[in-house]
Design a protein around this ligand. Structure first.
Ligand code: KMH
Ligand code: ZN
Length: 272
């Protein structure tokens, strides 16, 4: 098996410090969180940013401030993956705009869905516009797949010639309104990926740990972090993002799966 690529989703757009006191919000807090995650074994930082009031932001200056702070704090250069998902309800033009900063990677959401009580909108027109921006700025997408039909949406974009191999797919499972985090669902998704795909799994809430453990054994990659899951175990909040990363790294090493450094992850994902 290839080495395991661990992604840390450190902040997200739907949480705040009242719900999760350990959530890094400012560039300085994100820099510390990212450094600790990288030192614990993460290769990719999935990045959402906030404005000065702590609200979700897609502004270029907020992305730039966080990137600068993270790069300064990390000894090894992590892969910084921007979110183009943003917060539910964010305008598509703002979500796309961050690509002009040319991050090494960014998320690419593959369909409209219920997201808790809200609706996360990603129409085909949105996806086509997003695909054009990824091409224009030469950014590598990570395809976010929340439901089985999203794989078919990816195949449609491939057929239309809008995205090209290799495809790095992230199964985000357990969002209320989309596919649950059952292992049978994960197996189904892996079996239906397009050729030339790598994959990872981000289990939401209580699904994070079991899905991660299965992905380690199945040859996939893993995303953990407070964006997806704020608990270390039932009833006990995680004290930091790095605590969640460290557990996954420990488990992977115990079962003989080595951990990819950021440089190794770049090679595995064909990043420039
Ligand atoms: N905040 C969610 C609605 C992404 O980063 O691309 C979307 C999200 C996905 O977090
Ligand atoms: Zn995200």
């Amino acid at each position: 098996m290839d080495k395991l690529i661990v992604t840390a989703a450190i902040t997200g757009a739907e949480l705040n410090k009242k719900i999760c006191p350990a959530l890094p919000i400012t560039p300085e807090e994100q820099a510390i969180a990212a450094r600790d995650c990288i030192e614990a074994g993460a290769a990719i930082i999935h990045l959402h940013v906030r404005d000065e009031k702590g609200n979700p932001s897609q502004k270029l200056e907020d992305f730039q401030a966080s990137v600068n702070a993270i790069k300064k704090s990390c000894k090894t250069n992590p892969i910084i993956q921007f979110s183009t998902g943003g917060a539910v309800g964010e305008k598509m033009e703002n979500r796309i705009a961050s690509l002009s900063l040319k991050p090494e990677m960014a998320s690419f959401n593959l369909g409209t869905m219920n997201f808790g009580e809200e609706i996360f909108v990603n129409t085909f027109a949105d996806m086509r516009a997003l695909a054009a921006a990824f091409k224009k700025y030469n950014v590598i997408p990570e395809f976010e797949i929340y439901d089985a039909g999203h794989i078919d949406n990816l195949k449609k974009l491939i057929k239309e010639g809008l995205v090209t191999a290799p495809y790095h797919c992230q199964f985000v499972l357990g969002v209320p309104g989309a596919m649950a985090g059952d292992i049978s669902g994960l197996v189904y998704l892996v079996e239906h990926l397009p050729q030339d795909s790598t994959w990872g799994v981000a289990g939401v809430g209580r699904f994070e740990l079991p899905l991660a453990v299965h992905a380690i054994l199945m040859g996939g990659n893993v995303r953990v972090g407070l964006e997806d899951n704020i608990y270390y175990e039932k009833g006990k909040l995680a004290s930091s993002n790095a605590e969640l990363v460290s557990r996954i790294v420990r488990i992977a090493k115990e079962v003989g799966r080595d951990i990819a450094s950021p440089e190794e992850a770049k090679k595995l994902l064909n990043l420039p």
